[in-house]
Design a protein around this ligand. Structure first.
Ligand SMILES: C[S@@+](CC[C@H](N)C(=O)[O-])C[C@H]1O[C@@H](n2cnc3c(N)ncnc32)[C@H](O)[C@@H]1O
Length: 461
């Protein structure tokens, strides 16, 4: 059963991708569902061990069951259940075992008496064990799907399932790690659910070394350290890295002492996995050759809340950057320069190609102006294989795509040569994302400020 609240439009694709993680040890589960909107999916081809591995990581799925029968009516369910092989059922129905049956309804709340009636009606299954509501050995569940429209709830369920409960997912992490209760936050702190999804896409595991080059308040590091990875990051903003300056919380003017990323990890008991964070410009990475990360997971700036900036250099002074009018020196090195979105992503992919281990993953958000988007726009790099590309809609005309890439080979000596190939930098069209983001907003009901806030509630600019 997937969660009621959809984190991403393509949540299904996400779970599918998670299920295909080689680290989980199986491939190609088949997903079926009675309707595309249904919260219930049937997955074939997974062992119980596989299911337990998925549920130990996913924040998208609520619970998993071994399906014993299903149908559009209770009569169809009964026929289906009676066809389920006895040898598969009997180990869980033994005399010496204990059990309970839960009734789970989607889009309808049933009275207690109605639930009991439904449980009693299941007596055609030969439960021989004793009922134990507190600590049963086996839990069974009758799941009823009443559709998704709260204004049109049918009297009878549209579809019914019965099965043995196997495991719950990690939805609780979304509450326990909510940024609302996080020690150190900023305007662009990434939502807990999305941070865990990113860590899952990156297949982060214990003892990995994970790096975020646009670390901000470190939300992605928090999620990765939850899975036991050592974490580090860099950001161009001195105040963010040092946890000083203006607070982002209402009713608080300045950040308090110890409001920093290390304290965030301490809050969740993973301070020992904190490596460090540094002030650094992602356009001029500070890492020596050969530093290898197991995963690079990041949310680059989109230029919505502020323009994307990088530090200037001697080279930029040669490249016709005009000094301010009152400048009187011979040579001028600009303090900061616009950092074009296409350059941010080219640099990020190139950096990942050099600094990821083979098989290591890069997971990042790519802002998209929907009317112009086509798949060919997703930046490519010869050393990185595109694993998945999922959309989270932000407004009618903008979205961001969660891009997952895996390093398949080491860069060749002339690694930058491919950058001259337009195929590898077709993202140019999105450089004016900020203008496009705000364009058309006046035509709709939301104000620009409201839309920006919508993006901020999910994290990111
Ligand atoms: C979308 S925010 C990341 C938010 C972060 N995931 C969090 O949870 O707080 C983007 C970050 O990139 C940083 N940034 C912008 N330009 C940069 C650059 N050239 N190099 C490194 N960091 C940069 C910003 O200071 C900002 O903190």
């Amino acid at each position: 059963v997937k969660s009621r609240e959809s984190l991403l439009d393509t949540e299904k694709a996400l779970l599918e991708k998670l299920a295909m993680c080689p680290c989980i040890g199986y491939s190609n589960p088949k997903i079926c569902y009675s309707s595309p909107q249904s919260p219930f999916w049937r997955l074939n081809g997974l062992s119980e061990e596989d299911v337990n591995s998925i549920m130990a990581r996913t924040v998208c799925a609520k619970s998993a069951f071994e399906l014993w029968g299903h149908g559009r009516t209770h009569i169809e369910l009964r026929t289906s259940l009676l066809k389920y092989p006895t040898e598969n059922m009997s180990p869980f129905l033994q005399k010496d075992s204990t059990y309970k049956i839960n009734v789970y309804t989607f889009n309808k709340t049933l009275e207690f008496e109605d639930r009991i009636k439904k449980i009693d009606a299941m007596e055609y299954l030969s439960f021989e064990g004793r009922v134990n509501l507190r600590n049963p050995k086996h839990i069974f569940c009758l799941l009823e799907d009443y559709g998704t429209d709260p204004n049109d709830i049918p009297d009878e369920p549209l579809y019914i399932y019965f099965g043995r409960w196997i495991a719950d997912g990690q939805r609780e992490l979304i509450r326990s790690h909510s940024v609302k209760n996080r020690h150190f936050i900023g305007n662009t702190s990434m939502d807990a659910g999305l941070s865990f999804i990113m860590a899952n896409h990156a297949r982060v595991k214990a003892y990995d070394l994970v790096y975020d080059p646009f670390v901000g308040t470190g939300s992605l590091l928090v999620a990765c350290s939850h899975f036991g990875a050592y974490v580090c990051g860099t950001d161009i903003d001195y105040n963010t890295i040092h946890g000083i300056g203006k607070a982002s919380r209402k009713n608080q003017k300045w950040r308090g002492p110890d409001e920093n990323i290390r304290a965030n990890l301490r809050q969740y008991g993973s301070e020992k996995l904190y490596v460090d964070v540094l002030v650094s410009d992602a356009s001029k990475p500070i890492w020596r050759d050969g530093v290898l990360f197991d995963a690079i997971i990041t949310d680059p700036p989109y230029g919505i809340r502020e323009s994307t900036r990088r530090t200037g250099s001697q080279k930029d002074s040669v490249n016709s950057v005009k000094p301010s009018e009152d400048y009187v020196g011979d040579s001028h090195v600009p303090v900061s320069m616009a950092y074009h979105l296409s350059d941010i992503f080219t640099d990020l992919l190139n950096f990942s190609a050099h600094h990821l281990v083979i098989g290591g993953r890069l997971v990042y958000w790519l802002p998209i102006y929907r009317p112009e988007y086509c798949e060919e726009m997703v930046p490519l790099n010869a050393c990185l294989r595109l694993v998945s590309n999922c959309e989270q809609t932000l407004s009618s005309h903008t979205s961001r795509r969660l891009i997952t890439m895996e390093k398949i080979k080491e860069p060749e000596v002339d690694a930058l040569a491919h950058l001259s190939d337009p195929h590898f930098s077709p993202y140019q069209g999105h450089n004016a994302f900020r203008e496009k983001y705000f364009s058309g907003i006046s035509k709709r009901t939301l104000t620009g400020k409201e839309e920006t806030n919508k993006m901020a509630t999910n994290g990111g600019e």
